[in-house]
Design a protein around this ligand. Structure first.
Ligand code: NAD
Ligand code: TYD
Length: 338
């Protein structure tokens, strides 16, 4: 199978490509990434020498370039991860979020339609459902009530993707996953930020009362679910992907302090995020029933592995935080980028 994978220099997409190539699930993967602050080719080093790996340094909003690429490569499928993925950044600076997440998805769908790409999987988020009151868990028919520019841009792109099934009969499926954690996550999201701050004895900023609830999904479980949807998901359908692990933020932070051996005094209460969703919770029942997929990772074990990874890769953390990887990889990958 030959895949075009957008945004795979980032956290989840890079895990997906490492898994697809190293486990032989795909023979070829063409990674399309514009290398924003969140994109780092170092994340793909384990497969950079694989004969099926190629990198296309491009912006997904460039529809002519995407069309030319799809026509030249004739992939079996496009798996679309590329996004501005951080809620806080979307609040401070919504324009690039709308541009990449909505316009960029439109550009890819249009290029895929015109090139006749046989399969398109659009990677989305449970955040499109907005805050979910107890005791409900969102299934795929739960109303879309996005709260932030990030989640609204993802909700819009989901609807656009589904419209390409309804209108053009394109073979599109949409996945909506809960909060991911694991190695190679940019240290701006809750878990990697708290781990890297704790390791450096820096304050851990808790928004509001810290009692907001998120469902935690190990990134490899997510990538296996995406592969399952790619292969067996039905066209025009949405699939929730959750970790069956709902926890208040403060509980997660206490576990990180325990795993890093750091004191509670690092916890610092800060102003709440505007429009902060109180609770995300979703059910995987549809994906499990249709394909047998279920999350495998135990949260404490996955968190311990993640803490170890950040401990052992502090150079990576420093490089992504300082932006040095841009300079470093511009040199090393100059001949790969087009
Ligand atoms: P990330 O921020 O780590 O990576 C995003 C990647 O997209 C980066 O490599 C970046 O360079 C690239 N990119 C951004 N704009 C681009 C553009 N215009 N053209 C080409 N490439 C561009 O994100 P992530 O956490 O790996 O998330 C991947 C996908 O999964 C996103 O669509 C996100 O909405 C979704 N998702 C994430 C989570 C999570 O917890 N992180 C949960 C559910 C869904
Ligand atoms: P985040 O990782 O940004 O993911 P999302 O907002 O997409 O769920 O945040 C997860 C939760 O952690 C969310 O309730 C906000 C909270 N949070 C903090 O309390 N402090 C922080 O420094 C960050 C980044 C997040």
């Amino acid at each position: 199978m030959k895949l075009i994978v957008t945004g795979a220099a980032g956290f989840i997409g890079s895990c997906f490509v490492r898994m697809m190539l190293s486990e032989g699930m795909a023979a070829k993967a063409v990674v399309v990434d514009s290398l924003t602050y969140a994109g780092n080719l170092e994340n793909l080093t384990p497969v950079a020498g694989h004969p099926g790996f190629t990198f296309e340094h491009a912006n997904i909003c460039d529809e002519a370039r995407m069309l030319a690429l799809f026509e030249a490569e004739r992939p079996d499928a496009v798996v679309h991860f590329a996004a501005e993925s951080h809620v806080d950044r979307s609040i401070h600076s919504p324009a690039p979020v709308i541009q990449t997440n909505f316009v960029g998805t439109f550009s890819l769908l249009e290029a895929a339609r015109r090139a006749g790409v046989p399969r398109f999987v659009h990677i989305s988020t449970d955040e499109v459902y907005g805050s979910i009151p107890e005791p409900f868990d969102a299934d795929e028919n739960y109303p879309v009530r996005a709260s932030s520019p990030y989640s609204a841009s993802k909700a819009g792109s989901d609807l656009l993707a589904l419209s390409y099934f309804t209108t053009y009969k394109m073979n599109v499926s949409v996945t909506r996953a809960s909060n991911n954690y694991g190695p190679y996550q940019f240290p701006e999201k809750l878990i990697p930020l708290m781990i890297s701050n704790a390791l450096e004895d820096k304050p851990l900023p808790v928004y509001g009362d810290g009692r907001q609830v998120r469902d935690w999904l190990f990134v490899e479980d997510h990538c296996r679910a995406i592969y399952t949807v790619l292969q067996n998901g039905r066209p025009g359908e949405v699939y929730n992907i959750g970790g069956n692990c709902s926890l208040p933020n403060l509980d997660v932070i206490h576990r990180i302090l325990k795993a890093t051996g750091k004191p509670e005094s690092l916890i610092t209460w800060v102003q709440d995020r505007p429009g902060h969703d109180r609770r995300y919770a979703l059910t995987n029942e549809k994906l499990s029933r249709e394909t047998g997929w279920a999350p495998r990772m135990d949260f404490d074990y996955g968190l311990a592995m993640t803490v170890d990874w950040y401990k052992n890769n502090q150079g990576w953390v420093e490089r992504v935080k300082s932006g040095e990887y841009h300079k470093f990889y511009d040199l090393n990958y100059a001949n790969r980028a087009t």
